[in-house]
Write a protein that binds this ligand. Structure first.
Ligand code: GLN
Length: 313
């Protein structure tokens, strides 16, 4: 039987996420931690956390929901928000809005397509967005940190300087992408400074609780948990659409097939997901699949949308 009336009020979210934590426990050792950034290679597998924040303000957590981890590419959602706040609805002719079908750090497509990245969530696109934030705001590094602190209501948040330095030492591909785009005139600030800002935003250390709070505005038509407008409903719709079509890289079709909600992943093992007008969700487990998405985190979201019947489909 498939009952048709489901009410957020009556759903026992705590019981559901506790059960999910148990079910995905064996998966927290599947896959591998991201070791191309040496500081991330040291993170122990076998860990799991999940946080849910409902539109009515209630929060539910399970596992290590206060443990900070490296948010990595989830930071691209924050810089895209800052960019859209200045740039408006159209991203302009510097970055596209189509899925790439390629790994997040691929160089191939970029040459075919004249130095214009497919979307703002692959590394090339995120570098253009960070460059745009630098041009619009000046001191982007401190703005990104201040915005993260404000949106998550956690003044203690900080960059993890060891992770930023570690990525800087080994970030040859990102340097290649940025230099390549500079040759097409699609990076306006000095490459070194853009990379430095990008490596810092990726190094932000945050917990699932912080992340569910920070990106609550995307589940709430642009209004953050303190009641302040971050993005208009139309801008919010577009950011969520980009997450749906580009947020999990070349696994985005599989992710929609299994999970069915907009989401943004990072190689620290975190995933932020949004069910528009209902809730923001954050999961974390450090071991990744081939495409760089958390194995247990992806499965947890699959189970969550299955058990709550809350996917957009
Ligand atoms: N800092 C990472 C990189 O540039 C972010 C990638 C990711 O999280 N997918 O490679």
């Amino acid at each position: 039987m498939h009952p048709t009336n489901r009410s957020a009020m009556n759903t026992d979210y705590q019981q559901i996420i506790n059960q999910i934590a148990q079910e995905v426990a064996p998966l927290t050792h599947q896959g591998a931690v991201a070791d191309y950034i040496p500081a991330l290679a040291a993170v122990k597998p076998g860990r799991f956390a999940m946080a849910v924040k409902l539109a009515d303000g209630r929060e539910f957590t399970t596992g290590e929901a206060l443990a900070p981890f490296s948010i990595q590419s989830i930071s691209k959602l924050l810089t895209l928000t800052l960019f859209i706040q200045k740039q408006g609805l159209e991203l302009g002719d510097r970055v596209g809005v189509e899925p790439s079908g390629n790994p997040f750090n691929s160089l191939v497509q970029l040459e075919y397509e004249g130095g214009k990245p497919r979307n703002p969530f692959i590394n090339a696109g995120a570098l253009v967005v960070t460059d745009g934030v630098m041009s619009h705001y000046g001191d982007a590094k401190s703005l990104i940190l201040q915005t993260a602190r404000k949106l998550s209501s956690n003044p203690a948040l900080d960059y993890d300087q060891a992770v930023a330095a570690s990525e800087k030492q080994t970030g040859f591909r990102n340097a290649a992408l940025a230099n390549f785009m500079k040759s097409y005139g699609n990076i306006l600030n000095p490459v070194e400074e853009v990379l430095d800002t990008y490596f810092h935003q990726c190094s932000l250390a945050m917990s699932c609780t912080d992340l569910a709070r920070m990106f609550f505005f995307l589940a709430n038509e642009g209004v953050d948990q303190r009641g302040e407008v971050v993005t208009s409903p139309r801008e919010t719709k577009r950011i969520n659409a980009l997450m749906m079509t580009c947020g999990t890289y070349d696994a985005v079709g599989d992710f929609a097939f299994r999970v069915g909600i907009p989401a943004k992943s990072g190689v620290g093992g975190g995933i932020v997901a949004v069910i528009p007008r209902q809730m923001s969700i954050a999961v974390w487990s450090p071991t990744l699949n081939q495409q760089g998405n958390s194995v247990a985190g992806s499965r947890a979201l699959d189970l969550f949308t299955t058990y709550t019947r809350c996917s957009v489909f």
